[in-house]
Design a protein around this ligand. Structure first.
Ligand code: PGA
Length: 252
């Protein structure tokens, strides 16, 4: 049985004080509502310590949105896994399409980050997804298959228990265009089959696959009703309690 996992990717929004204020409200609301899914929030690096402090004692997971692919040294502007762990973070989102698109992250770079995060004992949310051109050109499966095979290269079967995959069609991110629940389920089922072929049916069956791309209170229920949709990676609608709470309480 896969436990629902809903994550909020704050991207480059919310300062440390804004983030801490909202995270404290969210922690109280999660407790009050008796939320039973796993809830994660990913603030900007500088907001992490304040947000970790604000959710102390709550089951909310605080994650990073990215991480260096080196352990330490002369890498100006980068943040190492040990720094994240020391700040109380043990989960990292890797391979987000904005990292791929705007910062030139290739599948190989993302794979090196995945391997490093796992070797540091961290959990990973690996993002994959096709652009509109790729989808319209009939290349959906080819793109997903490459992103998964290269992204997970050299990841052991045992470490797969610490991997979550987020399917985020690039054309649906921040555009208001959501994949239909059927589109999402189809892509998730392809991702699960790819993981089964690389590992085993059991590992594929236990893999949590989140959908991301314009997830809101109004569409979460229909998405989560699909067999292969196990959670969500939410951007815009994760930035306020008003919008995020109805998403994490979709089953209440
Ligand atoms: P969105 O972003 O919900 O604003 O579309 C999702 C994401 O990029 O993780």
């Amino acid at each position: 049985m896969r436990k629902a996992y809903i994550a909020g990717n704050w991207k480059m929004n919310l300062t440390p004080s804004e983030g801490a204020r909202y995270a404290a409200e969210l922690a109280a609301a999660v407790k009050e509502a008796g939320v039973d899914c796993r809830v994660m929030i990913a603030p900007a690096f500088v907001a992490i310590p304040a947000v970790v402090e604000a959710v102390k004692g709550s089951p909310i997971i605080v994650a990073a949105q990215n991480m260096a692919n080196h352990t330490s040294g002369a890498y100006t502007g980068e943040v190492a896994p040990a720094m994240l762990k020391d700040a109380g973070v043990k989960t990292v989102i890797l391979g987000h399409s904005e990292r791929r698109q705007y910062y030139g992250e290739t599948d190989e770079i993302i794979n090196s980050k995945v391997i490093l995060a796992l070797s540091e004992g961290m959990d990973v949310v690996l993002c994959v997804g096709e652009t509109l051109d790729e989808r319209q050109g009939g290349r959906l499966e080819e793109v997903l298959s490459r992103q998964i095979k290269v992204g997970l290269k050299d990841v052991s079967a045992e470490d797969m228990a610490r991997i979550t995959i987020a399917y985020e069609p690039v054309w649906a991110i921040g555009t208001g265009m959501t994949a239909t629940p059927e589109d999402a389920d189809g892509a998730h089922s392809f991702i699960r089959a790819t993981v089964a072929s690389l590992y085993s049916d059991d590992i594929a069956k236990n893999l949590i696959i989140q959908y991301g791309g314009s997830v809101k209170a109004g569409n979460i229920k229909a998405l989560m009703a699909k067999e292969n949709v196990d959670g969500a990676l939410v951007g815009g609608a994760s930035l306020s309690l008003e919008q995020f709470l109805p998403i994490i309480t979709y089953n209440k």
